[in-house]
Ligand binder design. Structure first.
Ligand code: NAD
Length: 461
C-alpha cells in the first residue's frame, strides 16, 4: 500500500486538522486516493525533526551515507514497475516515460552515493607566506525541498540524493497534484536505512503559508525549489527575510534550432523527444522551433507526419485549456489543435506554422504537446531570436557543421545546450538555467556543492 500520510520524524501521521487532498488521475479525471494535508504546525514539526536528526546524520561516516543511498537506488530500481504505475496514475504521462523517469530518478541516488565519499576541501599557503588557508566543506544544515508535479520521482531524488550525500537533513514539500510518488520515495529511503528525521515529507493544501513558515524558521538553512519562475520569485522574496540560501530550478522557453545542413532524420527524432516527453510538460521541452527557410516546409511536413494522431494527457483541465488558448490565433494548424471529446485531460500533438513573431506561444512556456515553427535565414538572426527571452534553461541545436554547433552553443544564453541531441538531462551533468530560469545547478558534482557550506580556517604551524 502506498503511504498517504505525512512523514515526520520517521512516523506516518494523519493531518492534525483531519484534512486530506484528493489525488486525481488526469487520464480519467477520477479521484484515485487522498493524502493528509499538512499545515504550518506540521511543516514546523518536520523542520524540528530534521533539525534534531541533523548532527548525527552529519557525523555519519560518508561511506555509511553512501551505502544507504546505494541501497535506495537498488530498491527503487527493483520496484521500478510499481513506481512507474504510480507516476502514470497521478501524473498522466505514458508508461514508457514513467519508466524512463524512474530510471533517471533512481540514478540520482546511485550518483550521489558515489559523490558522498568524494567531498573535498582545500589547503593553501597564503601568498604572503607563513599562514595557511584551510577550506572545509560542511553540510549546510536543514534543507527545505519544494518540487513540481511534472517529474514526481526525479525532482525529489535530484534534491534528496545530494542533500543526504552532503550530510544534510530535509523536509520535502511535493506538489499536491502528485504526492503519492514522493511518499513512496520516502518509504523506500526508510527501508534503505535512512534514520528517522533525516527525510520528512509534508504535503500541503496551502503551500504558501507552510513553506513561508519553514523559511522563516531559523533552523532552516537552505531552500531548493523546482517549479515555475512565478512561484520562484515569491520564494526568493520569502527567503530574503532570513537570508536563506536558495537553489532555484525554474521555467524554460527552449529554442530548437535546425540548420539546413542538419541530418533531418536525426533532427525529427530529437524533436520528438524534446517536444513530447511527458506530453511536453518538461521545463526543458522544446518550446519554439526555428528552422532554416530552405528546409522549413520539409521539416514541418515530417514533424506533422510523425505526430499526427498522437495524443497526450495533461495534468489538469486548467492546464489543457491554457495550452488550447495559446494555440488559438498562433498560426496555421498542421495537425492537432483541438480538445478531444472524452474524459480526462487529453490534448493532441499539435504542429503550427506561419507563427507570428510576437505570438504569445513563442514567449510563454507552453507546457503541452505543441510545436510552433518559425523560419530563419541566418545564424546571427536565429541566435538573436533564440536569446530574446527572459528564460535561459535549455536550448537545442541541429547542424552538420560541428564548428558552427559549438559556436552557436557558446552564444546561446542558456544553462544547457543539446547539440544534435534531443535530451540534455543526465544525473552526472550540471542541470540548471541562467536569467530567470534559475540559480544554481542540480546533478553532477555541482549539485552536491549546493548542499555544502564552505568554511575557511586561518591557521599556521
Ligand atoms: P509551481 O511553481 O506551480 O509549483 C511548484 C511547487 O511549488 C509545488 O510543490 C507547489 O505546490 C509549490 N508552490 C506553489 N505555490 C507556492 C507558494 N506560494 N509558496 C510555496 N510553494 C508553492 O510549478 P508546477 O506547475 O508544479 O511545475 C511546473 C513548473 O516547474 C514549470 O514552470 C517548469 O518549467 C518548472 N520546472 C522546472 C524544472 C527545472 O529543473 N528548471 C524542472 C521541472 C519543472
Amino acid at each position: 500500500m502506498t503511504p498517504t500520510d505525512l512523514y515526520i520524524g520517521g512516523r506516518w501521521l494523519p493531518a492534525a486538522s483531519g484534512r486530506r487532498i484528493e489525488v486525481v488521475d488526469p487520464a480519467t479525471g477520477d479521484t484515485i486516493a487522498s493524502v493528509a494535508a499538512g499545515d504550518v504546525d506540521e511543516g514546523l514539526a518536520a523542520v524540528a525533526a530534521a533539525h534534531d536528526a541533523g548532527p548525527a546524520w552529519a557525523a555519519t561516516p560518508p561511506r555509511a551515507r553512501a551505502e544507504i543511498l546505494r541501497r535506495a537506488f537498488d530498491l527503487m530500481t527493483a520496484r521500478g514497475e510499481e513506481i512507474a504505475d504510480l507516476i502514470v496514475a497521478e501524473n498522466g504521462k505514458s508508461k514508457a516515460d514513467a519508466l524512463g523517469e524512474v530510471a533517471y530518478a533512481a540514478e540520482f541516488f546511485r550518483w550521489y552515493s558515489e559523490e558522498a565519499v568524494r567531498i573535498d576541501g582545500d589547503l593553501r599557503t597564503a601568498p604572503a607566506g607563513g599562514n595557511k588557508i584551510l577550506v572545509l566543506r560542511q553540510p549546510v544544515g536543514v534543507a527545505v525541498l519544494v518540487t513540481p508535479w511534472n517529474f514526481p520521482a526525479a525532482m525529489a531524488t535530484r534534491k534528496i540524493g545530494p542533500a543526504l550525500a552532503a550530510g544534510c537533513t530535509v523536509v520535502l514539500k511535493p506538489a499536491s497534484e502528485t504526492p503519492l510518488t514522493a511518499l513512496l520515495v520516502a518509504e523506500i529511503l526508510a527501508e534503505a536505512g535512512v534514520p528517522d528525521g533525516v527525510v520528512n515529507v509534508v504535503v500541503a493544501e496551502r503551500s504558501g503559508p507552510v513553506v513561508s513558515a519553514m523559511l522563516h524558521d531559523r533552523r532552516v538553512a537552505k531552500l531548493s525549489f523546482t517549479g515555475s519562475t512565478e512561484v520562484g520569485r515569491i520564494l526568493l522574496r520569502e527567503a530574503a527575510d532570513t537570508v536563506v540560501s536558495c537553489a532555484m530550478e525554474l521555467g524554460g522557453n527552449a529554442p530548437f534550432v535546425v540548420f539546413a545542413d542538419a541530418d533531418l532524420d536525426a533532427a525529427i527524432e530529437g524533436a520528438l523527444i524534446a517536444k513530447m516527453r511527458g506530453g511536453g510538460q518538461a521545463c526543458t521541452a522544446a518550446n519554439r522551433f526555428y528552422v532554416e527557410s530552405s528546409i522549413a516546409d520539409d521539416f514541418a511536413a515530417r514533424l506533422t507526419a510523425a505526430l499526427a494522431d498522437q495524443e497526450t494527457v495533461l495534468i489538469s483541465a486548467g492546464a489543457r485549456d491554457r495550452v488550447d488558448a495559446l494555440v488559438a490565433d498562433s498560426g496555421t494548424v498542421l495537425t492537432g489543435g483541438a480538445i478531444p471529446a472524452g474524459p480526462g485531460f487529453a490534448y493532441p500533438a499539435t504542429v503550427l506554422t506561419d507563427v507570428p513573431a510576437d505570438a504569445p506561444i513563442l514567449r510563454q512556456e507552453i507546457f503541452g504537446p505543441v510545436a510552433p515553427i518559425v523560419r530563419f535565414d541566418s545564424e546571427a538572426e536565429v541566435v538573436a531570436a533564440a536569446n530574446d527571452t527572459e528564460y535561459g534553461l535549455a536550448a537545442y541545436v541541429y547542424t552538420g557543421d560541428l564548428a558552427r554547433g559549438l559556436r552557436v552553443g557558446e552564444q546561446l544564453d542558456f544553462g544547457m545546450v543539446a547539440l544534435n541531441r534531443g535530451l540534455v538531462s543526465d544525473p552526472a551533468a550540471p542541470f540548471g538555467g541562467v536569467k530567470q530560469s534559475g540559480i544554481g545547478r542540480e546533478g553532477g558534482h555541482d549539485g552536491l556543492l549546493e548542499f555544502l557550506e564552505t568554511k575557511y580556517i586561518a591557521t599556521c604551524w
